[in-house]
Design a protein around this ligand. Structure first.
Ligand code: SF4
Length: 291
């Protein structure tokens, strides 16, 4: 059986063609607000992936309506998933979370939720809430794992361990909720063998989707300061070298795991390293040409 494309996987899950719409519900993270640490992950700059309509000054429904209007002109039949992407989207009281998720699902043509979060923000109460919604709508939970190496997790100030991530993913899957993992390749001090080990280990988890991308050094982050001062050891890949690593990683991943993404982009104004200046489709061509 060949590996499904991510868009076909979503079509199977939701029974129609769907487009994810980013939502910024104004959350924070426990490693930003002092609960576990300050400042967040050293590489994190949410501005690098937040579209202009995802502003927490707008309500969740307003953001979705603006996002929908962007696509509706081109694809009138399209349905949508509310993608709670910015910061930690299960980090609030249950009543607030429930109200925001229900608000999103009340927007016409929104047929499901994709919720991105940290593994240490998936309490039983949060899972109960997601389960009750999942009975009527499909919910996908994306868990930020990043690496299985605790020494790296400490360097990047994640403030959780690999065990925390593996336990959280198991708990989400036990509840019958579709779960995916997010990884970053090229974290400070990691070799390609370390990354292979991460992917091999994560492949043992009950995940359906996997998203990974190259580490990007972005302006306004602690990582940018560390990189400019020469304090972190980062791989200086070409896109071809990185695509070759992706190819080797895919060879060890079972086909039941759907690959959502292999590369990341960022606005030129924010990106310091690596300066590839490639659209995902251009990277895909480099990747395909390796086969
Ligand atoms: S990467 Fe995620 S968990 Fe880390 S600071 Fe950014 S939003 Fe929070």
């Amino acid at each position: 059986m060949a590996r499904l494309q991510y868009s076909d996987f979503l079509k199977q899950l939701y029974g129609c063609r769907v487009q994810k719409l980013n939502v910024n519900a104004g959350f924070t993270c426990p490693n930003r607000d002092g609960t576990l640490g300050w400042g967040g992950c050293t590489y994190c700059n949410n501005a690098s992936f937040t579209p202009s309509f995802s502003k927490p000054s707008l309500s969740v429904s307003q953001q979705l309506i603006e996002g929908k209007s962007f696509y509706a002109r081109k694809y009138s039949e399209m349905k949508f998933l509310a993608y709670f992407q910015s910061f930690t989207n299960t980090y609030a009281s249950i009543s607030r979370l429930h109200a925001l998720y229900i608000e999103a699902l009340a927007v016409p043509d929104v047929v499901g939720l994709v919720i991105s979060t940290r593994p240490d923000c998936l309490s039983n109460e949060v899972l109960d809430c997601l389960c009750s919604i999942n009975e009527q709508y499909r919910v996908i939970v994306e868990v930020g794992v990043e690496t299985v190496h605790d020494r790296t997790l400490r360097i990047i100030n994640r403030c959780h361990t690999w065990k925390c991530a593996s336990d959280a993913i198991a708990k989400v899957a036990e509840r019958g909720i579709t779960v995916g993992a997010h990884l970053i390749l090229g974290l400070p001090g990691e070799s390609e063998d370390d990354m292979m080990e991460t992917v091999k280990t994560v492949a043992q988890l009950p995940i359906r989707t996997l998203k990974f991308h190259q580490l990007q050094v972005l302006r306004g982050t602690l990582l940018a300061q560390q990189w400019e001062r020469g304090e972190v050891d980062l791989i200086d890949w070409t896109p071809q070298q990185y695509a070759s690593l992706c190819k080797r990683l895919l060879q060890i991943l079972p086909e039941r795991i759907i690959i959502e993404r292999m590369v990341s982009t960022a606005p030129k104004s924010l990106l310091l390293h690596p300066k590839w200046d490639l659209k995902p489709v251009q990277f895909r061509k480099i990747f395909d040409d390796l086969f």
